[in-house]
Design a protein around this ligand. Structure first.
Ligand code: PRX
Length: 632
C-alpha cells in the first residue's frame, strides 16, 4: 500500500509516469506522445500530441454505458422548476446549441461570452462551445455593465449568449439592459447575441444582432453536430479573475490537461463515482462552477445538480432535502453558505435522510473552526476544506480522500495535493522557508500540474510578470496568499498578500472597486480595503476623500453621497462588489512616497495594531479613520 506521502512524491519525481497513468481516465481520439513539455518555462504543455474533446469526455462517452442515467439535474427554487436531463437528453440539447452557435458563425478558436443565470441553457452553451472547439468565457451573472464590458473587450467574442433575466429571492433581475449597456460601452462589438427568453423581463431586441434561442432550438431539434477533435493544448475556456491591477485577467485553460486533472481529482480527492450525484452550490460564473458543477462530475459520469436560488428559500432545509431526494454522495459548498445555514433552525439538518452523503467539501475562503465544527457535528460526515484558485482550476491543498486517510485539522485545508510542488517563500528575500511554522507566501514550483492556467488570455508577458519569480534554475508561481506549514505538512492560509479580497467566497479586486467609485464627480480619491466579517468572511470598506467638502456639510448629505456611490458600484460592477460602507475623510494615510497604507487601514478597521508606521506621511489621516471606526 502506498502512503499519501509516496503518492505525492511520485507525482513530482516521476511526473510523466504519474500523469501518463492519470491520462487513462479520459478518452483520447489520438493518444498523447509526450506527457509534459516544459522546454519553455513557465509555459507548460500537457499531453502533447494528444487529440481529444472536453464535451466528448463530459457527455458523449457516457452515451454507451449510461444514456438514460441523470446527467444534469436542474432545480430552481426561484421559478419552482425541476428538470432532470439524462445523458442522452443533455447530448441532444448540447447539439442543438452547438448547431445554433455554428449557424451564428462560431468556429474553432472563436470566443463565446456567456452571461447567464443558473439555468440549463448556460450548461448547454458551455458544453456546446467545447464541443465545437470554441472558447467560452462565462461572466458571473451578478456582475454589471462595467465588468461585463471590460470582459467583452478583452475576449472579443463572436457571440454573446444571455437571457432576459435571472432571479434572486423570487424577484426577477433583468440581464438584458445590463448587457445592452455593456455592449454600448465596449469598443468591441460581437456579431450576434443569442437570448434565452424565460418570460421574466421584457427584452428590447436589436434587429440583426439579437436572436432568440427557442426558435433556433426548434429548428435544430434533431441535429447531429459531431465533436471537433482538438489538440490537448487547445484552449477550452477563459475565465476572468481579479488581481492587483484594475484590469481583470483572462485565465486561459487548455483541453487535455484540464480533462485529466478533473478526472483525477474526482477519483483521488472527491471520491465521486459514475452513477452517483454531485451537488456543488456554486455558480457557473466562478471556477468552482466550471470544474465542479459542469466538467468534473460529468467527466466522471455523475449526475450534477445545478441549483438556482438561495440556500434558505423556501427554508434552510432546501439543500438537505436535495441530498435526500437525489441521493447526493458528494457535496461542495463555501464556508459563507454554511455560516448562513448555521443561523437557521438546527432541526432542519435532522429532518432529511442524508445517509447517501460521503463528504462535504468546502472551498473559496477560510473555513473558521466554529462553522467547521457545527457542520461536521450536524452532518456526521467528513468536512474537507480545500484550497485553490481560479488560476489552478482544481485543489492545491486538500486531504485527498481517495488516497489519504489522514485526519482533518480544523483551520487547515490540508496538505499539498499530488502534482503540486508547494513551497513557502520568504516575502522579502524570495528564499524558500523549509522549517515548520514559518510564515511565507504560498508558491508552487513550475511546471504547474495539468489543468492549471496556460497563460493569461492574449498576454503571455502578463502571465509571466504577474505570477512567476525565478530562483536560479527554477521558476516559482505565486498564489498571492500567506501561509504556514506545520510539522505534519498541513498548511494554514492567512489571507492575500495583494489587494484581492474575498467577500462571501467571491473574489474581488479592491482596485476595481476604487476605480468604479472614482467615477463619482465628487470623489477625489478613495481607498477600498477588505475587513473581517463574521458572516461573509470579509466585506469591502471604502474611505473616500471628496473634492468639494462643502457639498456634504452634515450626516444626512454624507449618507446621500454614500448611497450615490453605492449605486455607481452596483451599476458598474454589480451588487457583489458594493462596499459595506463608504466613509468620508479629508486625507488618506500614505507613505511619504505617496503609497496608500491599505494594510494599516485594514488593521484599524479590524481593531488591530496597524504596525510600523514610521514611513507614514501624516498620522492625522489614520487618526480620522480610527475616529470613524470608534464612532461606528
Ligand atoms: O485567497 C485564497 C482564497 O480564495 C482565493 C482564490 O479565489 P478564486 O480564484 O475565486 O478561487 C476559488 C476556488 C475554490 C485564494 O487565493 N481561498 C480559496 N480557497 C480557500 C481560500 N482561503 C482559505 N481557505 C480555502 N480553502
Amino acid at each position: 500500500m502506498t502512503t499519501y506521502a509516496e503518492f505525492h512524491q511520485r507525482s513530482l519525481t516521476d511526473r510523466d509516469g504519474f500523469w501518463g497513468e492519470q491520462a487513462k481516465l479520459v478518452d483520447w481520439k489520438v493518444q498523447p506522445t509526450q506527457v509534459c513539455d516544459y522546454s519553455n518555462p513557465p509555459f507548460a504543455k500537457w499531453f502533447v500530441g494528444g487529440v481529444t474533446n472536453l464535451c466528448h469526455n463530459a457527455v458523449d462517452r457516457h452515451l454507451v454505458t449510461r444514456p438514460d442515467q441523470a446527467a444534469l439535474i436542474f432545480v430552481s427554487t426561484e421559478t419552482n422548476q425541476e428538470k432532470v436531463y439524462s445523458f442522452r437528453e443533455l447530448h441532444a440539447e448540447v447539439q442543438r446549441m452547438a448547431a445554433t452557435l455554428k449557424e451564428l458563425g462560431v468556429g474553432k478558436g472563436d470566443r463565446v461570452l456567456i452571461y447567464m443565470p443558473m439555468i440549463p441553457e448556460a450548461a448547454f452553451a458551455m458544453l456546446a462551445c467545447t464541443r465545437i472547439g470554441a472558447i467560452h468565457s462565462v461572466v458571473f451573472g451578478g456582475f454589471a455593465s462595467g465588468s461585463l464590458a471590460s470582459r467583452i473587450e478583452d475576449a472579443a467574442p463572436k457571440v454573446v449568449v444571455s437571457a432576459d433575466a435571472g432571479s434572486r429571492g423570487g424577484k426577477a433581475v433583468a440581464y438584458k439592459p445590463l448587457l445592452d449597456e455593456a455592449l454600448r460601452l465596449s469598443k468591441f462589438k460581437p456579431e450576434s447575441v443569442l437570448l434565452v427568453d424565460r418570460g421574466m423581463a421584457p427584452m428590447e431586441m436589436v434587429a440583426g444582432r439579437d436572436k432568440l434561442w427557442a426558435p433556433l432550438r426548434e429548428k435544430n431539434m434533431n441535429v447531429v453536430v459531431p465533436c471537433e477533435w482538438v489538440d490537448a493544448t487547445h484552449p477550452s475556456y477563459t475565465l476572468y479573475t481579479s488581481g492587483t491591477t484594475g484590469k481583470p485577467k483572462g485565465v486561459q485553460r487548455d483541453t487535455g490537461g484540464y480533462a485529466v486533472a478533473l478526472a483525477a481529482s474526482m477519483k483521488h480527492i472527491y471520491c465521486g463515482e459514475a452513477g452517483e450525484t454531485y451537488f456543488s452550490t456554486s455558480d457557473i460564473g466562478w471556477v468552482v462552477g466550471h470544474s465542479y458543477i459542469i466538467y468534473g462530475p460529468l467527466i466522471a459520469g455523475m449526475a450534477t445538480i445545478m441549483y438556482e436560488g438561495l440556500p434558505i428559500r423556501p427554508d434552510g432545509g432546501i439543500w438537505w432535502s436535495l441530498i435526500e431526494k437525489y441521493k447526493v454522495t458528494v457535496m461542495f459548498s463555501a464556508p459563507t453558505a454554511i455560516r448562513v445555514l448555521k443561523k437557521q433552525d438546527p432541526a432542519l439538518l435532522k429532518k432529511y435522510d442524508l445517509s447517501s452523503l460521503k463528504a462535504l467539501f468546502l472551498a473559496g475562503e477560510p473555513l473558521d473552526q466554529p462553522t467547521a465544527q457545527w457542520i461536521s457535528e450536524g452532518l456526521g460526515r467528513p468536512i474537507v476544506d480545500n484550497y485553490w484558485q481560479t488560476e489552478t482550476g482544481w485543489p492545491i491543498l486538500a486531504i485527498s480522500k481517495g488516497v489519504d486517510d489522514a485526519p482533518t485539522k480544523f483551520g487547515s485545508p490540508g496538505k499539498a495535493v499530488y502534482g503540486y510542488n508547494v513551497k513557502l517563500l520568504d516575502e522579502s528575500t524570495g528564499e524558500e522557508l523549509t522549517g515548520a511554522n514559518q510564515k511565507g507566501v504560498v508558491a508552487i514550483e513550475g511546471p504547474l500540474p495539468p489543468g492549471c492556467l496556460q497563460t493569461v488570455w492574449g498576454d503571455d508577458a502578463r502571465f509571466v510578470s504577474t505570477y512567476w519569480t525565478t530562483i536560479p534554475g527554477r521558476m516559482i508561481y505565486s498564489t498571492f496568499d500567506w501561509g504556514i506549514r506545520d510539522e505534519d505538512g498541513y498548511y494554514f492560509i492567512l489571507g492575500r498578500t495583494d489587494d484581492v479580497i474575498n467577500v462571501a467566497g467571491h473574489r474581488l479586486g479592491t482596485r476595481e472597486i476604487e476605480e468604479s467609485i472614482s467615477a463619482h464627480p465628487n470623489v477625489a480619491e478613495v481607498a477600498v480595503v477588505g475587513v473581517a466579517d463574521q458572516l461573509k468572511g470579509q466585506v469591502a470598506m471604502a474611505f473616500a476623500v471628496v473634492k468639494d467638502a462643502s457639498k456634504i456639510p452634515d450626516d444626512a448629505s454624507k449618507l446621500a453621497l454614500e448611497g450615490e456611490i453605492m449605486k455607481i458600484v452596483d451599476k458598474d460592477l454589480g451588487a457583489v462588489a458594493r462596499p459595506a460602507r463608504v466613509r468620508f475623510v479629508t486625507l488618506l494615510p500614505k507613505t511619504r512616497s505617496g503609497k496608500c497604507l491599505r494594510r494599516a487601514i485594514t488593521a484599524v478597521c479590524e481593531g488591530r495594531d496597524p504596525g510600523d508606521l514610521t514611513t507614514m506621511d501624516d498620522p492625522a489621516a489614520l487618526q480620522q479613520i480610527k475616529d470613524l471606526v470608534a464612532a461606528k
